[in-house]
Design a protein around this ligand. Structure first.
Ligand code: NGQ
Ligand code: ZN
Length: 457
């Protein structure tokens, strides 16, 4: 899928801002080798070219239950926790083939939406009942196999999960598939890393801690030491009940506890960070860590609203993730984030800055924050960086007459996914004319998988 050679774009968002008539050269190593504004047309002609962000948080398998959790159950109040029960029940039916097929489909949709890469927060490790597969890293390997079919840039995050709740609570039966002691987790991670290394050189393996509910305080230090230079992700402060549970157990709120007890720095991504006090917001922003926002899922699950305005005022870094994959759309993640701020503050253009429109601020943050969270040498269109590039249709009515930042505003707030024509992930040209190069085969296999899952219900 790798394609070296020249691209030419009418307008491109480069490291030096918007430029016109830009020739971009992709080297055989999947990196950008030249960026030359004001060039005559040569190579593949494109409309608008921009760095393609990383999707910094995904649970691929959840894509297959999209649309199946929107009824009211017997509980008086449907919630994140009732959704989680359904998710656990769905999980019981998922084996290696399903993981691979669903992950390939989800990754394909990510690429078609304009994401070049994904940080897969992977916690489904074992067979139903908890016995390991013959190959301990079987399901991690299936995520890697999906990435080799789709060409997405993979940062695999095997997840450490030990307990059913704070204070070492027993695992529920569905959670047995997630659980490892530290020794086995280290082995699993290493085996998964071999599969990831067999992909292209831009792929990498990090570490994740499911949450402060699912591990003990000592496990946080263990996970951080396991791969000291790799990305480190954790779910934190998504639900108020979670904040209360952690506070009761550890004597501090999740983000507060992490900032005081773990060396939270640039390698960390705190996923959600929805419920923070003003002090936590300022301190997390100052740590250099990325807040991993998943606005569509956070809305879907009724989590609450991240305080983007104040996090941004403190210089906080953030990116976006599709998390539950109920809907896979870069533009819609960014739009949902901004709209949540507007609805709360009864204001407009909340995340815009002087001289930078809302769409531009959101897009820049997602590109830089996502690359940092995935430790991917991307996020800006400049020589030497990975060729993670998204092209938008310069002929589309939604972009007619638009220039510079207004192009991104029209992408985020108006045109959305249908504007994506091409996508390169580390030089792999995987989306052409709006479709993934293996769209039909991956889709057919996914539909067969869903058919099997339905028959088993
Ligand atoms: C997950 N998802 O691990 O898939 C979680 C739900 C939990 C989100 N937090 C389970 N969106 O947090 O315990
Ligand atoms: Zn998650």
């Amino acid at each position: 899928m790798r394609e070296s050679g020249a691209l030419w774009a009418e307008q491109a968002l480069t490291a030096d801002g918007w430029q016109r008539e830009v020739r971009v050269e992709i080297g055989t190593d999947g990196r950008i080798s030249a960026v030359e504004p004001g060039s005559t047309i040569r190579g593949r002609r494109l409309g608008i070219l921009a760095p393609a962000p990383v999707n910094l948080h995904s649970h691929a398998f959840q894509r297959a239950m999209a649309g199946l959790t929107e009824q009211r159950g017997p509980d008086p109040r449907d919630s994140f926790w009732t959704w989680r029960r359904l998710m656990y029940r769905f999980l019981e039916r998922i084996g290696p083939d399903e993981v691979e097929s669903i992950a390939a489909f989800a990754q394909m949709q990510m690429l078609e939406a304009g994401f070049a890469a994904v940080a897969e927060f992977h916690y489904l490790h074992h067979q139903p009942g908890g016995a390991p597969y013959a190959d301990l890293a079987e399901l991690s390997n299936r995520i890697a196999a999906a990435a080799s079919q789709t060409g997405i840039g993979l940062t695999l995050l095997p997840v450490l999960y030990r307990h059913g709740g704070c204070g070492g609570k027993a695992l529920q039966s569905a959670q047995l598939r997630f659980a490892n002691d530290p020794e086995r987790f280290a082995r699993l991670r290493q085996e998964a890393d071999s599969a990831v290394r067999a992909l292209d050189t831009d792929a990498c393996t990090g570490v994740a801690i499911h949450s402060l509910r699912a591990v003990g305080p000592e496990d946080v230090a263990f996970a951080a030491a396991l791969a000291p230079n790799a990305p480190l992700h954790i779910h934190a402060a998504e639900q108020t009940a979670e904040v209360e549970e952690v506070e009761a157990c550890l004597g501090a709120r999740p983000v507060e506890w992490l900032l005081a007890n773990a060396e939270v720095d640039e390698r960390w991504c705190l996923v959600h960070a929805t419920h923070m006090t003003p002090d936590e917001t300022a301190a997390l922003a100052g740590s250099g860590a990325v807040a991993g926002l998943c606005p569509i899922t956070e809305a879907s699950l009724g989590d609450g609203i991240f305080d983007g305005a104040s996090f941004q005022a403190h210089g906080g870094r953030f990116g976006v993730g599709s998390d539950s994959n109920v809907r896979i759309s870069l533009a819609e993640e960014l739009r949902t984030l901004e709209y949540s701020q507007r609805l709360r503050d009864r204001a407009r253009a909340v995340l815009a800055r002087p001289g930078r429109s809302t769409g531009r601020v959101l897009f820049d943050a997602a590109a830089r924050g996502g690359a940092q969270a995935a430790m991917r040498d991307a996020g800006t269109l400049a020589p030497g960086r990975l060729a993670d590039l998204v092209a938008l249709d310069g002929e589309a009515a939604d972009l007619a007459g638009r220039e510079g930042d207004a192009l991104l505003d029209s992408f985020v707030f108006s045109g959305g996914d249908r504007l994506v024509t091409d996508l390169w992930s580390a030089g792999r040209h995987v989306v052409r004319e709006g479709r993934h190069v293996r769209h039909d085969a991956i889709t057919r296999r996914y539909i067969r998988t869903i058919g099997r899952l339905k028959a088993a219900l």
